[in-house]
Design a protein around this ligand. Structure first.
Ligand SMILES: Nc1ncnc2c1ncn2[C@@H]1O[C@H](COP(=O)(O)OP(=O)(O)OP(=O)(O)O)[C@@H](O)[C@H]1O
Length: 620
């Protein structure tokens, strides 16, 4: 397997059920993804808000106007209701006035209609803004992830990267669509109600307002506990998802080793764990949920108790008390929502921190300041004292010197872990060397632009990745502007045409992601066709180790000959036929070149190479 594509594996499922429980806490947890909420951070909030800037001029003023109209109409209704009771139904005047009642009813109806219509448009526009912001954020993140270097992915499980692009971005969706506008609405509504309450009756207004912070604290504290319990449920479910993902990906290995029962035990333990935390959260919801409702009731109680005495002393009318109680009802709504909003913000803090951490990660393979494009490559390559460490202090290559002339084919051979894949990863600059130099046609590869370098180097990896799409699309990946004829030409040249046309849809056959429906040999031929289409001056090839039937082997050898013709090539070679035909063979051991030469020279030396070839014969 190529070093660049190696991922750090999590431990294998443990062998016993008890072990399953013990490891449950560590497996499927991406350490840095565990934090569900983070403390409030103004800088980060400002950075998030900056994503709304492009839409600020066009849409935000419109949303604010709609919101203000909606809030004013909403706050006018209780006042009109109070007026209807006092003036039209005679609670204050002592005589009924039906005309006034109808007029007030008509006004209230009109206000409702206005509120309804402004609400529809406000929601529509906030959703549009929210979706655009999320789209921008996701695009930024994906564009950036694509640029990150191999060593970034070496350190992270693919699942952890996935979680950021999907879950973390999604968790901000609500904040951007409803959160920001609701926050504004609630603040305006609260401010308006405070003024109105104090204006209607200062004493009563003050009494109600004073209770607010206490109620707010109680309800927020209860809510925090409920939220944490639900977050625990979500975290457990996310572990189940990760396990499920791995189980499905690895189903072949599980079935081949008849590990279904063990896997089931592990899943069961996780499932049970999730169920228990759900039970706990649900019980908490039932116990505390009604208490939050009751806190709102206390305010109303104070209101009627104090209100009644004010009516007795003629300081307040019945209508105004009812209007007052309506306002108090409206008062609780934004306070509760603000509490929820605060929770939402803390969760958003954690998600945005993770997203920005990725966006701020500098790809460590980037163009040098004065980097120029490398001109059309001839293919002369020189490695001088190349030392490379994946991790500081552990040298994977310990001073490699190599001279390759344009058009030569170099076979890299050696025991597993000797540094073969590392060399080919360095040539395309997937990693930067620790010391020494690599030059192509005399250009130091660190001083030319990464794009101009990679676009002239073709790579065929052992794990030939097939993307979901048609066979034609997969070949076209080598050069996007290739015509259909060119695609068929290269497929014919590498000997893939026959099997392609025998498939149900020919070149248009849809292949699943990773190309599961294709055989190893077929995948290999497709990737050769892809590389031939790209027509690079330098070709890097990590030869597949899997044994394939002799007929396919012959086809692959033929295709390989064609592919290598006239190019400088580096092959991590496993097949004897490939090695034998190489112009130059480099034998690596523990990161050093131990032997060099052609097949005959090395065989007569009777050194490491001789031993490797002898060992291969034994297996044949
Ligand atoms: N991504 C990585 N992070 C850290 N160390 C790595 C990484 N990839 C490879 N190594 C280490 O570098 C050394 C050389 O590995 P390399 O993959 O080049 O060997 P190889 O000769 O290609 O082996 P194989 O034939 O098994 O693919 C090994 O000791 C390996 O453990």
């Amino acid at each position: 397997m190529s070093a660049g594509l190696k991922s750090k594996r999590r431990p294998e499922p443990s062998a016993s059920g008890a072990g399953a429980k013990e490891t449950l806490n560590e497996r499927f947890v991406y350490q840095d993804d565990e934090a569900i909420e983070k403390p409030f951070n103004w800088k980060q909030l400002a950075r998030l808000a900056s994503y709304m800037r492009p839409y600020a001029k066009q849409m935000i003023p419109l949303v604010i106007i709609l919101m203000l109209i909606g809030t004013v109409t909403k706050l006018t209704v209780p006042y009109l209701t109070g007026m209807a009771i006092d003036k039209a139904l005679g609670a204050e005047t002592g005589s009924t006035n039906l005309t006034l009642l109808y007029q007030i009813a008509a006004a209230v109806l009109l206000l409702f209609v206005v509120q309804y219509i402004t609400g529809i448009f406000r929601i529509k526009y906030t959703n549009i803004i929210g979706q655009r912001v999320i789209y921008d954020l996701r695009t930024d993140l994906f564009r950036h992830i694509q640029k990150l270097s191999f060593n970034f992915f070496d350190k992270r499980p693919a699942g952890s990267v996935l979680v950021r692009v999907t879950n973390d971005v999604n968790s901000l969706q609500d904040l951007f669509t409803n959160g920001v506008v609701n926050l504004m609405i609630d603040c305006v509504q609260l401010f308006g109600i405070v003024i109105i309450l104090l204006a209607i009756n200062f004493k009563l207004g003050l009494a109600v307002i004073v209770t607010v912070p206490i109620m707010f604290l109680i309800s927020t504290a209860l809510r925090v506990r409920i939220r944490r319990a639900w977050q625990e449920v979500r975290a457990k479910n996310s572990r189940i998802n990760s396990h499920l993902n791995e189980s499905i990906q690895g189903i072949r290995v599980t079935q081949a080793y008849t590990q279904e029962e063990e896997n089931m035990k592990f899943f069961d333990a996780m499932n049970m764990d999730s169920k228990k935390s759900w039970d706990k959260a649900s019980a908490m919801n039932q116990a505390f949920g009604p208490m939050i409702e009751i806190t709102g009731g206390v305010g109303t109680l104070i209101l009627f108790w104090l209100g009644a005495s004010l009516i007795e002393s003629n300081e307040l009318t019945i209508g105004l008390l009812i209007a007052f109680s309506n306002y108090v009802g409206n008062f609780w709504e934004p306070i509760n929502r603000l509490g929820m909003m605060y929770n939402q913000l803390l969760v958003a803090m954690a998600s945005s921190e993770r997203i920005f951490e990725f966006i701020d990660e500098k790809p460590n393979i980037a163009d040098a300041e004065a980097a120029k494009k490398i001109p059309a490559i001839q293919g002369n390559i020189q490695l001088r004292d190349v030392v490379f460490e994946y991790e500081p202090g552990r040298q994977a290559l310990k001073g490699i010197n190599l001279d390759v002339k344009a058009g030569q084919s170099i076979a890299l051979v050696g025991h597993t872990g000797s540094g073969k894949s590392t060399i080919i990863n360095l040539l395309s600059r997937f990693y930067d060397i620790t010391s020494g130099t690599i030059t192509i046609d005399g250009y130091d590869i660190r001083k030319v632009t990464v794009d101009s370098l990679r676009s002239q180097i073709g790579i065929v990896l052992q794990d030939t990745f097939i993307f979901s799409g048609t066979i034609r699309d997969n070949i076209r990946f080598g050069r996007l502007d290739a015509t259909d004829e060119e695609i068929e030409q290269v497929a014919k040249a590498v000997g893939a045409h026959d099997f392609i046309v025998s498939m149900p849809g020919g070149y248009e056959t849809e292949v699943e992601e990773r190309g599961n429906m294709l055989s190893m040999g077929q995948r290999q031929l497709l990737s050769f066709a892809r590389a031939l289409l790209a027509d690079p001056r330098i070709l890097i090839l990590d030869e597949a180790t899997a044994s394939i039937d002799t007929e396919t082997e012959l086809k692959i050898q033929e295709a390989l000959k064609l592919l290598l013709k006239g190019r400088t090539s580096f092959i991590v070679a496993h097949r004897l036929s490939t090695i034998r035909h190489a112009d130059h063979i480099v034998v690596l051991d523990h990161g050093r070149i131990m032997e060099e030469g052609n097949h005959h020279e090395l065989m007569t030396q009777q050194g490491i190479y001789y031993g490797l070839i002898e060992a291969q014969y034994k297996f044949l």
